[in-house]
Design a protein around this ligand. Structure first.
Ligand SMILES: Cc1ncc(COP(=O)(O)O)c(C=O)c1O
Length: 256
């Protein structure tokens, strides 16, 4: 019963015809790339290294792409490579990369959309081939308490796959699914307070579900992520290099 509810919720939410609960986001990405039969996979430099590890675990070749000043994947760089077949779009920090997804689809690539940091917005899943969302403790819908077994959604087209069998966690995710709109309103309300106080955030003018309210600063106190191209050599990302020491954020968590 809990599995049936989970499947109904997420197939409808992401507009796919199947969905499964997996142990974490990294494994969901690996599985998604295998379903897509991906070989060479582009990923923006601003994302979690676990995304990169998933690409390797799926047996694919990763291509790290620069990000724009809005911290999302820089489309112009994709055409520098002629062998990319799949692009992972992670809507980083809650900023929805909807225009990017539409353009990437027009360019003919397969798309794995990663909504771990971005739920609550319209059209998620509409233009992508596969959607994943980690439900781990620091993600948009923080269902899981355990970082390695935080759980994840994989929504896709195709036959049933094996689920991670954790009835308690799946039940908890079904309950929290019903809170998405409430959490979204809470986050947006908090950001509006901050905006009214005069703060200006990156991605504030576009669809944003506000996992973190990112801003440029001369006084960086925290590094949001070490960009992937600084962890794995061979890729040049000049725009990210020009801004990576000038970013900071305000956390927008539901219970803070
Ligand atoms: C955008 C994004 N996708 C996927 C993952 C991996 O999810 P998990 O930690 O559940 O494996 C992370 C971070 O962990 C992430 O930030």
């Amino acid at each position: 019963m809990v599995n049936k509810i989970f499947k109904e919720n997420w197939t409808k939410y992401f507009g796919k015809d199947n969905a499964a609960y997996l142990v974490n986001g990294k494994i969901a990405i690996e599985k998604g790339l295998k379903i897509l039969k991906s070989k060479t996979v582009a990923v923006p430099t601003y994302t979690c290294n676990r995304v990169y590890e998933a690409i390797i675990n799926a047996g694919c070749t990763p291509i790290i792409i620069d990000c724009d000043y809005d911290l999302q994947i820089r489309l112009e760089q994709l055409s520098k490579y002629d062998n990319i077949d799949t692009v992972i779009v992670p809507h980083m920090f809650g900023i929805q990369a909807l225009n990017e997804i539409k353009a990437i689809k027009k360019m003919g690539y397969k798309i794995l959309e990663d909504c771990s940091q971005c739920l609550g917005l319209p059209e998620l899943g509409t233009y992508s081939d596969i959607v994943i969302a980690s439900l781990g403790p620091t993600k948009w819908l923080p269902v899981g308490v355990d970082k390695e077994k935080g759980g994840a959604v994989l929504a896709y087209k195709g036959k049933n796959i094996n689920w991670y069998d954790n009835t308690t966690a799946i039940h908890r995710s079904n309950v929290m699914f019903g809170d998405i709109d409430k959490i979204f309103l809470h986050r947006t309300g908090r950001v509006n307070e901050l905006k009214n106080a005069g703060l200006r955030f990156i991605g504030g003018e576009r669809p944003n579900s506000w996992l973190r309210a990112m801003y440029f600063t001369q006084n960086q106190t925290r590094v949001p992520y070490t960009p992937l191209h600084d962890l794995h050599s061979g890729f040049k990302c000049p725009i990210t290099d020009s801004i990576k020491d000038n970013l900071d954020w305000v956390s927008i968590f539901p219970n803070e």
